[in-house]
Ligand binder design. Sequence first.
Ligand SMILES: C[S@@+](CC[C@H](N)C(=O)[O-])C[C@H]1O[C@@H](n2cnc3c(N)ncnc32)[C@H](O)[C@@H]1O
Length: 215
Amino acid sequence: MTCCGHCRDAGDFFNERTAKRELKKYRRKGPEKSTRLLIESIPDEAAANSTLLDIGGGIGAIPFELFKKGVQHSVNIDASRAYQSVSKKEAAERGLKEKTEYHFGDFTDVAPTLSSADIVTLDKVICCYPDVDLLLKSSLEKTESYYGLVFPRENFLTRIGFRLINLWFKIRRSEFRTFIHSHKKVDEIIQSHGFRKKSQDKTILWQVVLYKKAA
Ligand SMILES: C[S@@+](CC[C@H](N)C(=O)[O-])C[C@H]1O[C@@H](n2cnc3c(N)ncnc32)[C@H](O)[C@@H]1O
């Protein structure tokens, strides 16, 4: 499987219908629990007057919520045009057009054209990407201070769930796959880039971790 085919087919999965459905849910109930835990873990003083890079940002729940904590500017990179378009419209409706910037594509391709940000988030994104080393490395290089991740727990439920999801993609002849990357490996890569764990939380399916760059 190539990252190209993977990202191309990600667009079929993260389509307009699912984007609109997620936006509707977000408007009604706010961010889902794992996303809320990540947002809450970012200290208010870190968010104030900061910049955000939200990779695989989907409909944009993280920037919409972090603007309330004082983030000044957000950049959203996504491999799904449908999610970006839904998020862009929502940002405009919320009066946030001037504060938000959107780039389409695989983050690892787009990264060299982007500035670094105070806070970088990957909420349920590394589980959508085959080359976790590359995605982590290229996003860590763009992080000035806080690095937040939501990714699948390594448990029975996620293992079965992800296998079934991947079987469904295979049957549909999609190159898109989901991944449960080793927590040990993810942590080692992040720490080797000079980041230290600040907080950790979990839901039944997701691990929520916030790192801070060591001084
Ligand atoms: C499961 S969704 C999560 C969306 C959002 N972060 C949330 O939690 O609601 C994963 C998103 O990451 C995007 N994505 C996956 N790999 C990506 C990559 N390498 N570069 C940019 N976006 C990516 C997908 O297009 C999709 O919108």
